[in-house]
Design a protein around this ligand. Structure first.
Ligand code: TXA
Ligand code: MG
Length: 350
């Protein structure tokens, strides 16, 4: 089926079977754009070694040219094609690939400067999703792919999210169903003397530190996570729904969330809540607002898988304000990625 949107041409919806993957591989080889599932979120792929194809990614997303892309490989053994990995990179690649860890390393000359935003380093990962790897094999080239959302919107965890943002702007979407991890990869910079955490994500930073045998340094400048990260492209406005999201953090967030919701309703506002299982009893007495369930923050892996879908679902209702509350411990494991994404999505943190 073809989907047309505000853009220039129809977007094909392809099945994640042999025929669909072959068709998608042919589009990529011809310099086209294909969105595809990874275990984290859907990526918007182009031939990473073709500067013209890469330029189309930035145009389709409305992404600034100073925000570098991640290069996706089918196998760890292909790393030398695009990067010059050091000891730490090799150790982490063997420990976590295929999987949701992205490594920033010195780049090989073959990678166009537009992929790396002119940086001397390149970000690389081998995705765990079998469809993603089969597609890279079919394309016969490394695939540069940011998340397949319009710039600054929540990352897509379903093919429909991709179509909602990019129909008419890209050649095809391979539909592999909902993604399992639901937040983007963890990004570790191993290009310098001290490995640094640039973005918390699908692999816990503690697990990376265990393999390295040393703590990860913070991102080059600015604040520690959670909070805005200063790596290129990591703007505080990322992942934001169009409806303003208020994040209730600090002490006793469940009670304060309920009070905020009641106050907004009393002002006549149309309200949506990113609802946790543990808050259901407290909020059920209030009523009169929309909810999307995300599970429980005590199971960060399960709730991370639902976070972006929940934000997009609430956003589609055309409400006045959305509320969510902070994870119990924003410094541990996947909770760190969740806390980071909630802050980036929020218009206000209380
Ligand atoms: O899980 C993921 O990582 C997904 C899937 C599709 O693989 N991709 C993704 O890409 O989240 P994107 O473009 O939304 O985020 C990539 C980020 C950039 O915004 C930038 O902060 C960082 O990776 N990055 C890329 N190259 C870099 C480099 N050479 N140095 C520092 N940071 C880099
Ligand atoms: Mg992104």
């Amino acid at each position: 089926m073809d989907w047309t949107g505000p853009g220039q041409y129809p977007t094909r919806l392809l099945a994640a079977d042999a025929a669909g993957i072959a068709a998608a591989g042919a589009i990529l080889r011809a310099g086209g754009l294909v969105a595809f599932p990874t275990e984290t979120v859907y990526g918007l792929g182009a031939d990473a070694l073709d500067a013209r194809a890469v330029a189309r990614i930035f145009a389709a997303k409305g992404r600034p040219a100073d925000d570098p892309l991640i290069v996706h490989l089918a196998a760890t053994g292909d790393l030398g094609l695009v990067a010059r990995p050091g000891d730490a990179a090799v150790r982490l690649a063997h420990a976590f690939w295929p999987g949701p860890l992205t490594l920033v390393m010195p780049k090989a000359p073959v990678v166009p400067g537009s992929v790396t935003a002119g940086l001397p380093t390149v970000a690389v990962r081998v995705p765990a999703h079998t469809v993603a790897r089969a597609l890279i094999v079919a394309a016969g080239t490394p695939i540069a792919a940011p998340s397949a959302n319009l710039f600054s919107r929540p990352s897509p965890t379903r093919a429909q999210h991709v179509l909602d943002d990019l129909a008419g702007r890209i050649d095809a979407v391979v539909d592999g169903g909902p993604t399992a991890v639901g937040v983007e990869s963890t990004i570790v910079d191993v290009s310098g003397a001290e490995p640094r955490l640039l973005r918390p994500g699908g692999i816990a930073a503690e697990d990376v530190e265990r393999v390295l045998g040393r703590p990860l340094g913070p991102a080059p400048t600015g604040t520690a996570t959670p909070g805005p990260l200063p790596a290129p492209g990591l703007l505080p406005t990322h992942y934001a729904p169009r409806t303003p999201l208020v994040l209730v953090a600090g002490p006793d967030p469940a009670a304060r969330l309920a009070a905020e919701v009641r106050a907004a309703l009393a002002e006549g506002k149309r309200v949506g809540v990113l609802l946790l299982d543990e808050d259901e009893a407290r909020l059920s007495a209030t009523g009169g607002f929309a909810v999307t369930r995300v599970g429980t923050w005590s199971d960060p892996a399960g709730s991370a898988a639902r976070l972006f879908d929940a934000l997009r679902a609430l956003d589609q209702l055309g409400l006045d304000v959305l509320y969510a509350r902070d994870v119990a411990d924003p410094t541990v494991g996947l909770g760190r990625a969740l806390a980071d994404r909630l802050r980036r999505a929020a218009a206000r943190v209380l």
